[in-house]
Design a protein around this ligand. Structure first.
Ligand code: HEC
Ligand code: HEC
Ligand code: HEC
Length: 175
C-alpha cells in the first residue's frame, strides 16, 4: 500500500503547487497596487473622520435633529425606487388621505394624524394593509402601549422610521 500513499501525496503536492502557480500573479499584482490615499480610503468607507456616514450630511434634519426623510424626498434629494428589479414594477400611487386618531380628553396630548401621502412615497399599500392595519378607519385597536411594544405604528417607528420621542410629529392636531 506504500506506493498508493506516496502517489496520493504526490498528487496533493501537485495540486498544491498548481494552486500556488495560479495564485502567485494575483498575490503579486495585489502587492504591486499603490496603497489608497487617506481621502480615498475615507470616501470608500463612506464615513467621515468621526465615523459618521458622509451621505447623511446632505440630508435635512427635523427640529429634534433626526434625519427628515420625508423632507428629503420633497426637496428632490432622494428618489426612492419601487424595486431593485429592472424594469421596476409600477409603484403604488401616492395617496392623499389623512386619518385622524382622536385621543380621549383624559390625556393631555393632541390628536394623532396618520398621513398616507408621505408613507406612500416610500411604501406600497400592502406593506401595511391588511397585515398591520385593517383598511378601515377605527378598525384597529391602536394604543401607545401597543405601539411601544412594536405593534401598529411601532412596526416601523422606533425601528426604521423616526422614534417615539418625537411625540408631536404624530400627535400633531390640537383637540
Ligand atoms: C404605513 C402604513 C400604511 C400604508 C403604506 C397605507 N396605509 Fe391605508 N391606512 C393606514 C392606517 C393607519 C389607516 C387607519 C386605520 C385605523 O383607523 O384604524 C389606514 C386606512 C386606510 C383606509 C380606510 C379609510 C377609511 O375612511 O376607512 C383606506 C381606504 C386605505 N387606508 C387605503 C390605502 C391605500 C390605497 C394605500 C396604498 C396607496 C394605503 N392605504 C397605504 C396605514 C397605511
Ligand atoms: C409614530 C407615531 C406616534 C408617536 C411618535 C407617539 N405617539 Fe402617542 N399615539 C399614537 C397613536 C396612533 C395613538 C393611538 C390613538 C388612539 O387611541 O386611537 C397614540 C396614543 C397616545 C396616548 C393615548 C393613550 C394610549 O395609551 O393610547 C397618549 C397619552 C400618547 N399617545 C402619548 C404619547 C407621547 C407622550 C409620545 C412621545 C413620548 C407619543 N405618544 C408618541 C402615535 C404616536
Ligand atoms: C410600514 C412602516 C410604517 C408604519 C407601520 C407607520 N409608519 Fe409612519 N413613517 C414610516 C416611514 C418610512 C416614514 C418616513 C421616514 C421618517 O420620517 O422617519 C414615516 C413617516 C411618518 C410621519 C412623518 C410625515 C411627514 O410628513 O414628515 C408621520 C407623522 C408618521 N409616519 C406617523 C405614523 C403613524 C401615526 C403611524 C401609525 C398609525 C405610522 N406612521 C405607521 C413608516 C411607517
Amino acid at each position: 500500500m506504500g506506493w498508493l500513499r506516496s502517489s496520493l501525496n504526490g498528487c496533493r503536492l501537485h495540486r498544491f503547487s498548481t494552486v500556488v502557480v495560479f495564485l502567485l500573479p494575483m498575490l503579486l499584482s495585489g502587492c504591486a497596487q499603490p496603497k489608497p490615499s487617506k481621502s480615498e480610503a475615507v470616501l470608500k468607507s463612506g464615513l467621515d473622520a468621526e465615523g459618521h456616514p458622509i451621505a447623511l450630511q446632505v440630508l435635512p434634519r427635523t427640529g429634534v435633529g433626526d434625519i427628515d426623510w420625508v423632507a428629503a424626498i420633497k426637496q428632490g434629494i432622494l428618489h426612492p425606487k419601487g424595486s431593485l428589479a429592472a424594469p421596476s414594477p409600477q409603484d403604488s400611487p401616492i395617496l392623499n388621505l389623512d386619518i385622524v386618531f382622536n385621543i380621549s380628553e383624559a390625556y393631555p396630548v393632541p390628536n394623532v394624524v396618520f398621513p398616507h401621502a408621505p408613507h406612500t412615497m416610500w411604501l406600497n399599500c400592502n406593506n401595511c394593509h391588511p397585515t398591520i392595519f385593517i383598511m378601515r378607519q377605527g378598525a384597529n385597536p391602536v394604543s401607545m402601549d401597543r405601539i411601544i411594544k412594536g405593534e401598529y405604528c411601532g412596526r416601523c417607528h422606533g425601528v426604521v422610521a423616526f422614534p417615539f420621542t418625537d411625540c408631536l410629529r404624530c400627535h400633531s392636531r390640537p383637540k
